[in-house]
Design a protein around this ligand. Sequence first.
Ligand code: 3HC
Length: 286
Amino acid sequence: MEEITTVGVIGAGTMGSGIAHVMARSGLNVVLCDVEQRFLERGLGQIRTNLGREAAKGKLNTAEIEPVLARIAATTDRAALAPVELVVEAAPERFDLKAEVFRALDALLPANAILATNTSSISITKLAAVTRRPASVIGMHFFNPVPVMALVEVVRGMATSDATFASVHALAVRLGKTPVEVNDAPGFVSNRVLMPLINEAAFAVMESVATAEAVDQVFKLGMAHPMGPLTLADFIGLDVCVDILRVLHEGFGDPKYRPCPLLVRMVDAGWLGRKSGRGFYRYEKG
Ligand code: 3HC
């Protein structure tokens, strides 16, 4: 198995830029691709800020910041991805959009390149089926904030080969992460378990069992969670939580996954959590 040296990342949002950050910090050359220059600039700004944060904590030498950034080639031209050995797609969570990206990458990349997706719940098996290389398609699910969270959920689709799995497993280790192998099922393991927790916490607030603050205190103090489930929901984005719950609801056909009406109403109101300035809590818009 040859060691990967050049990777592509599709999408320079929070997850994509976090993934580019850890890849470049581990010595890989990264082609970071998004549809608009302003998204790339915002993503690169985020990477610079977070590298500075790591340097301030002594996790990285300040002199390494510029070389890490220099390993990231930001582009709006997908053709620049042609030489990469592996792509991690971190585009918005819509099947049609991801399918279009996968078809285009399949046509563009060398036959032995791996197509990985950072999807939080879309079926790897279904995405693989739009390509001519289903054995080389895999889920590489990172967690926010990517430079901090130790886990990569490595998701095997129905056709994913052992060689693809081994390459991605080795890459995750090289990034300083701990890969955990799971099979393709709605929400994988992480969101299948996390989202019902968040949903139930929202029901508790809707039914006036407790305030959002009280629910979060229970989990912070009683279960040593770093954030309570509703603070975490705001951090993830309430729209993202509702979308994942819908995938679980539809995928399993089990009413236990139905999104809490309070969550749905908040999303309808534009209260998406931290990113919109209001969710279960209020935030200063930054
Ligand atoms: N980049 C680099 N470093 C960062 C960072 C970033 N974006 N954000 C925080 N850090 C570092 C800080 O510098 C600090 O480093 P230190 O431990 O060396 O001092 C450390 O992380 C902790 O940060 P802070 O002291 O600023 O803040 P907290 O102690 O409150 O921790 C947190 C912040 C790490 C976000 C913590 O609250 C946490 O772990 N929360 C839970 C996050 C979580 O569950 N994420 C998963 C979400 S689910 C998901 O992503 C999957 C999707 O499919 C939904």
